[in-house]
Design a protein around this ligand. Structure first.
Ligand SMILES: NC(=O)c1ccc[n+]([C@@H]2O[C@H](COP(=O)([O-])OP(=O)(O)OC[C@H]3O[C@@H](n4cnc5c(N)ncnc54)[C@H](O)[C@@H]3O)[C@@H](O)[C@H]2O)c1
Ligand SMILES: O=C(O)CC[C@@H](O)C(=O)O
Length: 530
């Protein structure tokens, strides 16, 4: 008999697959704190949660029988994935079931914002008949900027068209052709900020999206913009938003999510007249809760019964027969993916994994998920992508995957080259993994290098002129950034040149800007291998 603990309110209808199964016993005990959960988790084979239960490392470690943690929803930021992975516990989510519901909540928020509905309701029930204070605006003929055009962002864009809105947006993975079909004009974050009348964010919260809308963005924002966040708290800087509202830059904001949930009672959003809020209700409809509960219950029962399943968020898939030969290259592939994602601009169209040397005699397909994981985790957030779901995520984004074996090699050992083709450019990077030295980048584009894929690497393209290397070295030195290694190359004297520097710490934004300000420098990229 499998024992399943449901620790958040999850739809009874959706749980029926579990509650009616002869080999499963379900306990529903909600509202538990960490200590209480730790004290009862030991006999359970599966734990099912929504977003309230914070599945901490201590809970995971106490769950010695746990085989699976199921999340009835998309975000798994309430689950310690590292802890689950290291204990061999599969984490599954239900990414599709609440898409439409969250999209509809976004529209409800946008319309409530445009017509001041919460504020007008509060005044009316308080006995005031005030028709002057709540002059609204139409959605029709307005520009809607959508940042993040994945499942929810696309649904929002489709509905906006029906309201007569013009949709512009940015997503590093939406191909232009698909955007055109959906009537979305793909543009930059900067143009969205400068031109949209309404803006809504639908990205995950990652290092890149944290405070993607903050002080500098509000400074150049179109005056009178209205902003909606039904994705994750922290994508928009809350303090900077309040300032922008008070300065009249932003006309109003509607937030379903907060940087810290629940927000403190004195949180400025809770009493600001131009902000409307809901308590993370984006996914809270009967339909969505049934959908996600059905999806996650199905996954959990498959995993407990050792049947095939989908939507694993963390499970490392290791092919049995090739494992020993391919194992040394898994980390290399992920690091090459991370490197190429950070070196290349534009929407990703094609990823090619090219192997040479001994690898060319093997089935290299198990390497591709690691490469894709490296590439996608840069944009989607490491917790969303794993070697099980990487290929599925790439296909959803119409990324063409090519595996190629090459008989030509520039070295006697096996090498892996990752080529990334985007809508605007193609770049490539080559690595090897030798037992004596571990993983190494051996070429960046055509330039030979010898770099271990860890820490931080600066790639600088410049005109081949005397003195540039010295200026870069001085600039980094003055900023307290130590250069561990430096490699330079050029196509011809006086032509184009590159500098590849391994640095001891991350170059802050002002250093990157100072590098760009050197007239001979054409391009600077920092690769962070975390
Ligand atoms: N409020 C709620 O209750 C609720 C419910 C469901 C989902 N969500 C949240 O909504 C968000 C979107 O969910 P989804 O299912 O559409 O996810 P998704 O993975 O389908 O889409 C996210 C998109 O964001 C894009 N993206 C990543 N970095 C970006 C950047 N810097 N700029 C622009 N785009 C970027 C990705 O390429 C991806 O296409 C997530 O944060 C999810 O957790 C909230
Ligand atoms: O469980 C919830 O209601 C939150 C859902 C949402 O934030 C998600 O990521 O799916």
């Amino acid at each position: 008999m499998f024992k399943v603990l449901v620790s958040d309110p999850i739809s009874d209808f959706g749980l029926q697959q579990l509650t009616r199964a002869a080999d499963v016993e379900v306990d529903k005990i909600t509202g538990l704190g960490e200590e209480e959960l730790i004290s009862i988790i030991r006999p359970y084979d599966a734990l099912l949660v929504r977003s309230q239960t914070k599945v901490t490392r201590r809970i995971v470690e106490a769950g010695v029988q746990l085989k699976v943690i199921g999340r009835a929803g998309v975000g798994v930021d309430n689950i310690d994935l590292d802890a689950a992975t290291s204990q061999g516990i599969v984490v599954v989510n239900a990414p599709d079931g609440n898409t439409v519901t969250t999209c509809e909540h976004t529209f409800a928020m946008m319309m409530a914002l445009a017509r001041h509905i919460p504020q007008a309701y509060a005044q009316t029930v308080a006995g005031h008949w005030d028709r002057k204070s709540f002059l609204g605006v139409e959605l029709r003929h307005k520009i809607l900027g959508v940042l993040g055009l994945g499942r929810i962002g696309i649904e929002v864009a489709k509905r906006a068209a029906a309201f007569g809105m013009t949709v512009i947006g940015y997503d590093p993975f939406l191909p232009e052709e698909k955007a055109n079909k959906l009537g979305i004009k793909l543009t930059t974050v900067d143009e969205v900020i400068r031109t949209a009348d309404f803006m809504t964010v639908h990205t995950p919260l990652t290092n890149e999206t944290h405070h993607m809308i903050a002080g500098p963005q509000f400074d150049v924002m179109k005056r009178g913009m209205r902003i909606v966040n039904c994705a994750r708290g922290g994508i928009i800087d809350e303090a900077a938003l309040v300032e922008a509202l008070d300065e009249g830059i932003v006309a109003g904001a509607a937030f379903d999510v907060f940087e810290h949930e629940p927000p403190a009672p004195d949180h400025p959003f809770l009493r600001h007249p131009k902000i409307i809020v809901t308590p993370h209700l984006g996914a809270s409809t009967l339909e969505a809760q049934e959908n996600v509960a059905v999806d996650v219950s199905e996954q959990v029962i498959h995993i407990l019964r050792h049947e095939p399943f989908k939507n694993a968020v963390n499970m490392p898939a290791v092919p049995t027969d090739l494992l020993n030969k391919l194992q040394p290259y898994f980390t290399l592939c992920e690091q090459l993916g991370k490197a190429i994602a950070q070196m290349t601009d534009g929407a990703v169209c094609q990823v090619t994994v090219e192997c040479s040397g001994e690898l060319a005699d093997l089935d290299i397909s198990p390497l591709t998920p690691y490469v894709i994981k490296g590439i996608l985790s840069h944009h989607l957030g490491a917790e969303q992508v794993n070697v099980v779901n990487a290929i599925h995520l790439a296909k959803f984004r119409d990324i063409h995957l090519v595996e190629r074996k090459s008989l030509l090699t520039q070295s006697s050992s096996s090498e892996i080259t990752i080529r990334l083709k985007t809508a605007i450019e193609e770049r490539w990077v080559t690595g090897s993994a030798l037992p004596s030295v571990g993983e190494r980048l051996v070429r960046i584009g055509p330039y030979p290098v010898e770099i271990s894929p860890d820490g931080f690497v600066l790639l600088i393209s410049q005109k081949d002129r005397p003195g540039i290397i010295g200026r870069v070295g001085t600039l980094l030195g003055d900023s307290g950034i130590n250069i561990a290694t430096m490699q330079v190359g050029r196509n011809e004297a006086g032509g184009s040149a590159v500098m590849i520097l391994k640095i001891d710490k991350k170059a802050p934004k002002n250093v990157m800007e100072s590098l760009y300000a050197i007239p001979e420098i054409k391009r600077v990229r920092e690769i962070a291998f975390d």
